[in-house]
Design a protein around this ligand. Structure first.
Ligand code: SAM
Length: 284
């Protein structure tokens, strides 16, 4: 089997965004932390969480992990954390746009937070930030980075995002979030409509969603569908959904979001960076 970092390059270089920060870049933590046993799936945040946000334990049973790739991401986590930012300028523009949506009393949630790079760039601009990720390994690294940075208002949770609470994992407090970030995740969730509906429910009226999503639908599908299928067969890629930026924008509108805006941040042309809002109460 390839070293996780090799797998990381094979998949991440192909279809994900170019923006993950190495842990040393912003936080002065070790770029390659010593390997340690994977953290057990946990429903507890790393620090006491004062907000109504909570995660529920996974439900066992057939299909409980259908379409989810926790083991794939666990294998990649160390390499992902160590990977340098390929396009720091684009990343900084995204961060600036995202931070500008925060206020000191805001609650932010980063879904598919990976090793916490984005969440930890937001924590000083809001009251608290939560990260949720399918991968216990990603969350273990995120928590270590938060501890190293003294970011005690950053809370990280293990679990899939966008799955109906009836089916299993997640029960985040409705209407509890001012800003929901979905960087490089919406092409990975098995049911994007459910994920967007869940995001909408979590947001406060007037709250914002920021999505940075690789969109490989349209003509590019001809190339990427077979390639990703082949890579997935050999464990080199997760489930990836292929769609266009226009499709994603339309889905956001269908989910009830308004003011859906695409920002040019100088990222790869396949990456759609979108900001949308949940309407204020009384506005549809
Ligand atoms: C491409 S990485 C992006 C990480 C980070 N958001 C970033 O921009 O660098 C995708 C992350 O999403 C997580 N993930 C994949 N499917 C998920 C799901 N259904 N629910 C929650 N997290 C998921 C993976 O574990 C991984 O950490």
């Amino acid at each position: 089997m390839d070293h996780p970092k090799t797998q990381h390059m094979q998949y991440v270089g192909l279809v994900t965004q170019e923006d993950e920060m190495p842990s040393s870049h912003t936080l002065n933590a070790a770029p390659n932390p010593e390997p340690s046993p994977p953290a057990p799936s946990s429903t507890e945040p790393s620090h006491a969480a004062p907000s109504p946000i909570r995660t529920a334990a996974p439900t066992a049973g057939p299909g409980a992990t259908a379409g989810l790739d926790a083991a794939f991401w666990d294998r990649l986590a160390e390499g992902y954390a160590a990977q340098p930012v390929a396009n720091p300028d684009a990343f900084e523009r995204k961060i600036a746009i995202t931070r500008a949506l925060l206020r000191p009393d805001a609650v932010a949630l980063d879904v598919g937070c990976g090793t916490g790079s984005l969440a930890l760039r937001l924590v000083d601009a809001c009251a608290e930030v939560h990260g949720v990720d399918l991968s216990a390994e990603m969350i273990r690294i995120a928590r270590a980075k938060a501890t190293a940075a003294g970011a005690d208002r950053a809370h990280f949770h293990v679990g899939p995002f966008g799955v109906s609470p009836d089916e299993r994992l997640e029960a985040l407090g409705e209407g509890s979030v001012d800003l929901l970030c979905a960087y490089s995740i919406l092409h990975l969730v098995p049911d994007r409509a459910a994920a967007l509906a869940h995001a909408w429910r979590l947001l406060k009226p007037g709250g914002a969603l920021v999505s940075s999503t690789v969109c490989l639908g349209g003509p590019a599908r001809v190339l990427y569908a077979p390639l990703l299928g082949l890579m997935r067969t050999f464990g080199k890629a997760p489930h990836v959904q292929l769609f266009t930026p226009a499709q994603l924008q339309a889905e956001l509108v269908d989910a009830g979001f308004v003011d859906v805006t695409a920002h040019e941040v100088g990222a790869k042309s396949s990456i759609a960076f979108l900001v949308a809002r949940k309407p204020e109460e009384g506005r549809s």
